[in-house]
Design a binder for this molecule. Structure first.
Ligand SMILES: OC[C@H]1O[C@H](O[C@H]2O[C@H](CO)[C@@H](O)[C@H](O)[C@H]2O)[C@H](O)[C@@H](O)[C@@H]1O
Length: 605
C-alpha cells in the first residue's frame, strides 16, 4: 500500500454528516448519524482495523481520475484497466429521513472485475457489529447503531468483513446503499439510487446557482462554497470547522485535534464569505444558531459549541487507534472549549453587525449584543489564550485586543449609524481606550511592526487582519511594516506560519506547517497595501495546493509538499473565497469594513 496523503481524500456529505473517500475507492471516514457521532469507518486514523468500505477494480489501487459532477457534492471516481473502464459514483442524499450513503458502479468500456470490501466497525473502530443476512443485503448492529447495506449484488461474510466479487460491462450499472438507523427502531426503506442521485444533483446545482462566483477563479470559489455548505449542520445552521479529527499538523506529532464542532470564530468568518458570495439563507441560519447558542447567559460566551449548541466538549484520547500516518493521540472532544479567547466577542459582534447591514437583525440580537459588550468591557484587559488556542501560558495577545476594539467599534456603529439604543459614549470611550492600549503595547516602533503579544518581540499572522477589521488603513506605514516583517520572518517559501512555535510557547512540542488561511490573509493585506501583483502571485500558488478535487486542509508541509491538518477545513476555504473576491474587485468586494476608515475614530493617529 502506498503512503497515504490527506489530499487523497474527497468529501461527500448530507448536511448532517460527511464521509471522506480515498483515491483508491475506499470510504475511510464516516460518522453516523451526525458530524460529531462516533465513526463507523475510521480507516483514516487506523488503516487496518478501524472500518472502511472499498469498491474498486480487482487489484487496483489509485484511480485514474476523479472529479465532482458539475457544481455538486457527487463524486465520480474512474479507473482505466487493461480490461476496460469503470466509474464509481459516490454521494449522500441530502438528508430528508434516513442517513444513506449511495455507491454506484458503472461500466464505461470492456468488462471489469470488481471487488467490494466492507469492514463496519462502530465507535471509531472499537466495536465489531453483529452482522446478519437480510433480503438483498446485510444488517449490522451494535449498541445504539444499526446499518443496512443493500444491493442486487450478493454480499458474503468472510473473516469478520463483508465482501463481494462482481463484474461490470460497458453500459451496466450496480448500486449499493448503506443506511444507518437507531438499532431500537425498524430499518427504514433504503434510498432509491437513481431517484436519490437525480434529487441530490438538483439540490446542489440549484444551491450553487444562487451564488455570485465569477471570473477566472470561479470554479475554485464555487468548490469552496460547496465545501462550506457541506460543513453546515442543517438542522441548527452551525458550521463545523472540519468534518475530521486528528489529521496531523505535524507528521508523527501530537498536534492532532477534533474539529467537528462550531467555533464562533470559524463560523463568523465563514458567514462573511458566504454573504460576500450571495448566500443569505446560510447567514440567517448562522445568526439564529448563534443567538440560540449564547442564549441563557450571554456573558458566559464559549469559544465553540457542539453542532446542536452543546457547551461541554470534553477531550479524550482514543488509545486503540494508531493515527493518520502514526500520528497519535487521536483525540475526540476539544479542551480549547474551556479557554478564554477574547477575540470571540469581536467576531460575534462583527458578524451580527454584518447581518444587520445585509439580512436584517434578529429580534433579540441587539439586546444580546449589549450584554456581550458590557461583559467584554469588564474582561478585555485579562490575559487569554488567543485565537490560536495556545496551550501554553495565557498572555495579552495583540489580536485579542484588536478584536476587543472591533467589538466596541461595531457597537458604536450600531448606535451612531443605525440609531440603536445604548450608552454609546461609554462604548466610544472603551474603543478609544483599547486603541491606545494596542498602539502603546502591541506595536514595536523600533522594528515598525505589530507584535504577537504585549512585551514580546514575536510576530503573529493574525496581525495581518489589522486593516481588514478597520483598525488602520491598508497602506498605513505600521501595517506595511507588519506585512514586511511577516514576509521576512514568518514565511516558508512565501507561505505564512501562524507564529513560530519554538519561540511562542504554545505548550506543545515540535513544529507545524504553514497555515493556509494566514497565507490568504497575506493576499488580502497585500491587496490593501496596493501590491496586487504580489497578491495575485501568492493567491495562484495557494490555489495550486488544492487537491485534485479542489479541497484544502488546514496547513501545508513545504518540505514534504503535502497537506497537513484536518480537512477540508472551513478556515482555509472561506479565506480562499474572500481573497478571490478581493482580487476580482480590487479590494472592495467584501461586506465588512463598512465604516469608511477615515471616520473610524482616530484611525490615523
Ligand atoms: O494549535 C493548537 C490548537 O489547534 C486547534 O485550533 C485551531 O483550529 C481552530 C478550528 O479551526 C481554529 O479556530 C483555531 O484558530 C486554530 O488554532 C485546536 O482546536 C485547539 O484545541 C488547539 O489548542
Amino acid at each position: 500500500m502506498t503512503q497515504r496523503r490527506i489530499e487523497d481524500y474527497a468529501l461527500i456529505g448530507d448536511l448532517h454528516t460527511a464521509a471522506m473517500v480515498s483515491v483508491n475507492g475506499s470510504v475511510d471516514w464516516l460518522c453516523l448519524p451526525h458530524f460529531d457521532s462516533a465513526a463507523c469507518f475510521a480507516a483514516m486514523l487506523d488503516q487496518d482495523r478501524a472500518g472502511r468500505w472499498r469498491i474498486a477494480p480487482r487489484g487496483a489501487d489509485r484511480c485514474t481520475r476523479r472529479r465532482y459532477r458539475g457544481d455538486t457534492l457527487i463524486l465520480e471516481t474512474e479507473w482505466e484497466t487493461p480490461d476496460g473502464g469503470v466509474r464509481v459514483t459516490d454521494f449522500m442524499p441530502v438528508r430528508d429521513r434516513a442517513a444513506d450513503l449511495v455507491r454506484t458502479v458503472e461500466g464505461l468500456s470492456g468488462s471489469v472485475e470488481m471487488e467490494l470490501d466492507l469492514l463496519l466497525r462502530f465507535d471509531y473502530g472499537h466495536v465489531v457489529p453483529w452482522v446478519t443476512s437480510v433480503e438483498r443485503g446485510i444488517r449490522a448492529i451494535a449498541g445504539p447503531d444499526a446499518v443496512l447495506v443493500t444491493s442486487d449484488v450478493p454480499l458474503t461474510g468472510r473473516d469478520l468483513r463483508t465482501v463481494a466479487d462482481f463484474t461490470v460491462s460497458a453500459g451496466e450499472r450496480v448500486s449499493f446503499v448503506l443506511t444507518w438507523f437507531p438499532s431500537h427502531l425498524p430499518a427504514p426503506e433504503p434510498a432509491d439510487p437513481q431517484e436519490a442521485l437525480a434529487a441530490t444533483e438538483l439540490y446542489w446545482t440549484r444551491w450553487s446557482a444562487q451564488g455570485r462566483a465569477y471570473g477566472p477563479y470561479r470554479d475554485a470559489i464555487q468548490r469552496s462554497l460547496i465545501t462550506l455548505k457541506a460543513l453546515t449542520y442543517e438542522p441548527t445552521g452551525g458550521i463545523v470547522a472540519a468534518p475530521t479529527t486528528s489529521l496531523p499538523e505535524q507528521p508523527d506529532g501530537p498536534r492532532n485535534w477534533d474539529y467537528r464542532f462550531c467555533w464562533l470564530r470559524d463560523a463568523t468568518l465563514a458567514l462573511q464569505s458566504l454573504l460576500t458570495a450571495g448566500y443569505e439563507d446560510e447567514a440567517r441560519a448562522w445568526r439564529d444558531w448563534l443567538l440560540r447558542a449564547v442564549a441563557g447567559d450571554p456573558p458566559d460566551l464559549r469559544i465553540m459549541y457542539g453542532i446542536d449548541g452543546r457547551r461541554r466538549l470534553p477531550e479524550e484520547s482514543l488509545d486503540w487507534l494508531t493515527g493518520f500516518d502514526g500520528s497519535t493521540p487521536v483525540r475526540i472532544g476539544n479542551a480549547a472549549a474551556e479557554q478564554l479567547q477574547l477575540d470571540v466577542w469581536g467576531e460575534v459582534l462583527d458578524g451580527l453587525a454584518l447581518t444587520r447591514t445585509t439580512i436584517g437583525a434578529g429580534d433579540d440580537a441587539w439586546s444580546v449584543q449589549q450584554v456581550l459588550i458590557d461583559h467584554l468591557s469588564r474582561i478585555w484587559q485579562e490575559k487569554d489564550s488567543g485565537l490560536w488556542e495556545v496551550r501554553g501560558p495565557t498572555r495579552h495577545f495583540t489580536h485579542s485586543k484588536l478584536m476587543s476594539w472591533v467589538a466596541a467599534d461595531r457597537m458604536v456603529e450600531g448606535a451612531r449609524r443605525f440609531g440603536l439604543p445604548g450608552p454609546v459614549r461609554r462604548w466610544e470611550r472603551l474603543r478609544a481606550q483599547i486603541r491606545r492600549d494596542i498602539l502603546a503595547n502591541g506595536y514595536d516602533a523600533d522594528r515598525n511592526t505589530f507584535v504577537q503579544s504585549y512585551g514580546s518581540k514575536e510576530l503573529d499572522a493574525a496581525l495581518l487582519l489589522i486593516p481588514r477589521v478597520g483598525f488602520l488603513p491598508g497602506d498605513d506605514p505600521r501595517v506595511i511594516g507588519t506585512i514586511d516583517a511577516i514576509q521576512r520572518e514568518l514565511t516558508v517559501d512565501g507561505f505564512v506560519l501562524r507564529y513560530r512555535p519554538e519561540a511562542s510557547d504554545d505548550g506543545l512540542p515540535g513544529q507545524e506547517g504553514v497555515f493556509l488561511a494566514c497565507s490568504f490573509w497575506m493576499v488580502d493585506a497585500l491587496i490593501g497595501a496596493g501590491r496586487r501583483d504580489e497578491a495575485e502571485e501568492l493567491f495562484l500558488r495557494l490555489l495550486a495546493l488544492r487537491n485534485d478535487v479542489g479541497l484544502l486542509s488546514e496547513e501545508w508541509d513545504v518540505r514534504g509538499e503535502r497537506q497537513l491538518g484536518n480537512a477540508p477545513q472551513a478556515f482555509s476555504h472561506f479565506a480562499l473565497v474572500r481573497s478571490a473576491f478581493q482580487l476580482l474587485s480590487g479590494g472592495t468586494a467584501t461586506t465588512e469594513g463598512r465604516i469608511p476608515i477615515e471616520t473610524a475614530e482616530g484611525a490615523r493617529s
